[in-house]
Design a protein around this ligand. Structure first.
Ligand code: ADP
Ligand code: MG
Length: 265
C-alpha cells in the first residue's frame, strides 16, 4: 500500500522501492572462484530471470543473497537494509540474517519439504515457531495458501504421498506463508517430470502477475521470456549480458549467450 502511495507521488519508473541489491558479490569455495563480482538490483515487482549454463554460479548467487552461503565479499542490501558482514563476508549479526531470511522465501529444485510433517504443518512451521504468529491464524492462512496453489483437501497429507508438482506447489505455499517481500526460485521445475512442469509454472506466473518480486533461476527459456521483465545471463561467475527479455532472447549480443540459447532451444 505504502508503495502505491510513494509511486503516485513520485512518478518515475525507478521510484519503485528497491527490494534486493547485490553489489560486487564474490564467492569462492577454496581455490575455486565461483562468483567474480556480480551486481544486480531488483525493485519491487521485478521478475528477474537468471539464466546460464550448469556451474555458472546461479545457485550460489541465490544462496549468498539469503546467506545460505557466506559471500567472500560484496554488499547485499535487502529492502533498503544492508546486511552487516564481517571482513570474511560472514554475517555479523545472526538476528539480522534470520529476519532477512523470512523476507526472502526460497523455493528449491528439490522442494525441501519436511517429510515427517503434513502439508499444513509444513506451511505453518515458520509462521508459528519463528514469526510467533498465533497458531489459529497461521492455520487459517495456510489453508488459504494451500487452496490457492490447488492443494485444498491435502492439508493432512504427507509429502511422500504427493506428486513432485504437488510437493513443489506446497513448497511455494510454504514460502508465501511468511509473507515474503521477495521470492528466490532455484530451478523450481528442474526436478519434475515434464507433465508436471506446467502446474508449477502456472502458480509462479500468477505470483508474477500479482506483482511479487522474484529472482527466478530457470532453464525454461520460454517461461523466462514470458514472465520476467529483466533477464541476467551468468557465464562463469560473471554477468555476461542482461536486459529486457525481448533483447536478451530476441537480439543477444554476446557470442556466449547466443551459443547458450541455441544449446537450450
Ligand atoms: P549453477 O547453479 O549455475 O549450476 P552452482 O552455483 O551450483 O552453479 O555452482 C557453481 C560452481 O560452484 C560449481 O563449479 C560447483 O561445483 C561449485 N560449488 C557450488 N557449491 C559448492 C560447495 N558448497 N563447495 C564447493 N564447490 C561448490
Ligand atoms: Mg544450480
Amino acid at each position: 500500500m505504502d508503495t502505491a502511495t510513494a509511486a503516485a507521488s513520485v512518478p518515475e519508473a525507478d521510484a519503485r522501492r528497491e527490494a534486493i541489491r547485490v553489489e560486487d558479490l564474490h564467492k569462492s569455495f577454496g581455490n575455486l572462484e565461483v562468483l567474480k563480482g556480480v551486481s544486480l538490483t531488483a525493485r519491487q515487482g521485478d521478475v528477474v530471470a537468471i539464466i546460464g549454463g550448469s556451474g555458472s554460479g546461479k545457485s550460489t548467487m541465490l544462496r549468498c543473497i539469503n546467506f545460505l552461503e557466506t559471500p567472500s565479499s560484496g554488499r547485499i542490501v535487502i529492502g533498503g537494509e544492508e546486511v552487516a558482514m564481517r571482513g570474511d563476508g560472514s554475517p555479523a549479526n545472526q538476528k539480522q540474517i534470520e529476519r532477512i531470511r523470512t523476507k526472502l522465501a526460497m523455493v528449491f529444485q528439490q522442494f525441501n519439504l519436511w517429510t515427517h510433517r503434513t502439508l499444513l504443518e509444513n506451511v505453518i512451521e515458520v509462521p508459528v515457531h519463528v514469526l510467533k504468529v498465533p497458531k489459529s491464524d497461521a492455520v487459517a492462512r495456510a489453508r488459504q495458501l494451500l487452496e490457492r496453489v490447488g492443494l485444498g483437501g491435502k492439508e493432512e497429507t504427507y509429502p511422500a504421498y504427493l506428486s513432485g508438482g504437488q510437493q513443489q506447489r506446497a513448497a511455494i505455499a510454504r514460502a508465501l506463508a511468511v509473507d515474503p517481500s521477495a521470492m528466490l526460485f532455484d530451478e523450481p521445475t528442474s526436478a519434475l517430470d515434464p507433465e508436471l512442469v506446467g502446474e508449477v509454472l502456472t502458480v509462479i506466473r500468477d505470483l508474477a502477475a500479482e506483482g511479487r518480486t522474484m529472482l527466478l533461476v530457470t532453464h525454461e527459456m520460454k517461461f523466462a521470456r514470458e514472465v520476467a521483465n529483466h533477464v541476467v545471463y551468468l557465464y562463469q561467475g560473471r554477468i555476461e549480458e542482461q536486459g529486457p527479455p525481448a533483447e536478451v532472447f530476441g537480439n543477444p549480443q554476446s557470442d556466449r549467450l547466443k551459443q547458450f540459447l541455441s544449446s537450450v532451444a
